[in-house]
Design a protein around this ligand. Structure first.
Ligand code: NAX
Length: 331
């Protein structure tokens, strides 16, 4: 039998945490033959709720779950973890300035970066979910210099999956037959969901999404804004933000990273920019990536038309501004 993998979930008493931990314990994230030990971190006001989640995990009697650590101590939570899913953060409350929210998250991610750097297992893979996800991941990277930048990412897979879902609904095809959409940039409404290289599997082979949809006005307009605004639409409908879809996408992100993407398929991940596609280096930016042997690499050589170029640049611009704001909070 395989040795258990230790998976940290921060903010585990929150709503994404509540959806995510049972998925991990069922093998959705790391495979049906991979035992896991869950490490759950939250803050003292949520300690009792966190303990309730632990009780439910025990009650669910998951065969793959070999242990549960539930704690409000970041060092205890980070010790020995192989995968860290950072869902905890400070939410934007009504009337709060962007800078105040940024400042709270910068201090959280700065201190959790140190805890991870000092106590996580070597080669720990980190996924930041909490918003502002790209910039929180960047702060984490800066303050955990011994964690390779290749091991730090943020979640844009939910946006990617939303784009697949919209195409599937529009064409009335199976979502599993749609592939190679791309989310470029920030996990915010400036993101660019790009279908220029996306295809649908048909009995006659893969067909371009653009050809099948045959409605550029929709693809360049409503499709993009629907994906960009989907989070807000969920909040409007549910009075709560996306949780099950966020949790499921976080599992997809880690699973593909660890176990690899299928041949001929890429996914979107927020990763440290090396300047590919003329995206400024030094931002955590969502790119199309393939994964193999536990490492992602940015898909190279895709053509970028003028419409796309503007959108790639606009979301990069927003991320540069966020980065500057984050740095201004550091002093
Ligand atoms: P909740 O408010 O339900 O849960 C957040 C949890 O984090 C709470 O239990 C809170 O006590 C805990 N927390 C706060 N500070 C902490 C700290 N310093 N250490 C550990 N835990 C801490 O929010 P939820 O709906 O679960 O969303 C969590 C985060 O995901 C939010 O930042 C949200 O904006 C972000 N999202 C990101 C998405 C993405 O695709 N990247 C999509 C979904 C979601 O909106």
């Amino acid at each position: 039998a395989k040795d258990p993998v230790r998976v940290l979930v921060t903010g585990a008493a929150g709503q994404i945490g509540y959806a995510l931990v049972p998925m991990i314990a069922r093998g959705v994230m790391l495979g049906a033959d991979q035992p896991v030990i869950l490490h759950m971190l939250d803050i003292p006001p949520a300690a009792e709720a966190l303990n309730g989640v632990k009780m439910e995990l025990v009650d669910a009697a998951f065969p793959l779950l070999k242990g549960v650590v539930a704690t409000t101590d970041a060092v205890e939570a980070c010790t020995g973890v192989n995968v860290a899913v950072m869902v905890g953060g400070f939410p934007r409350k009504e009337g709060m300035e962007r800078k105040d929210v940024m400042s709270k998250n910068v201090s959280i991610y700065k201190s959790q970066a140190s805890a991870l750097e000092k106590h996580a297992a070597p080669n720990c893979k980190v996924l930041v979910v909490a918003n502002p996800a790209n910039t929180n991941a960047l702060i984490l990277k800066e303050y955990a210099p011994s964690i390779p930048e290749k091991n730090i990412s943020c979640l844009t897979r939910l946006d990617h999956n939303r784009a697949l879902g919209q195409i599937s609904e529009r064409l009335n095809v199976q979502v599993s037959d749609v592939k190679n959409v791309i989310i470029w940039g920030n996990h915010s409404s400036s993101q660019y969901p790009d279908v220029n290289h996306a295809t649908v599997a048909t009995p006659a082979g893969d067909k371009p999404v653009r050809e099948l949809v045959a409605d550029d006005a929709w693809l360049n307009g409503e499709f993009i804004s629907t994906v960009q605004q989907r989070g807000a639409a969920i909040i409007k409908a549910r009075k709560l933000s996306s949780a099950l879809s966020a949790a499921s996408s976080a599992c997809d992100h880690i699973r593909d990273w660890v176990l690899g993407t299928p041949e001929g398929t890429w996914v979107s991940m927020g990763v440290y920019s090396d300047g590919s596609y003329n995206v400024p280096a030094g931002l955590i930016y969502s790119f199309p990536v393939t994964c193999k042997n536990g490492e992602w690499s940015i898909v190279q050589g895709l053509s970028i038309d003028e419409f796309s170029r503007k959108k790639l640049d606009a979301t990069a611009e927003e991320l540069s501004e966020e980065k500057a704001l984050a740095y201004s909070c550091l002093t």
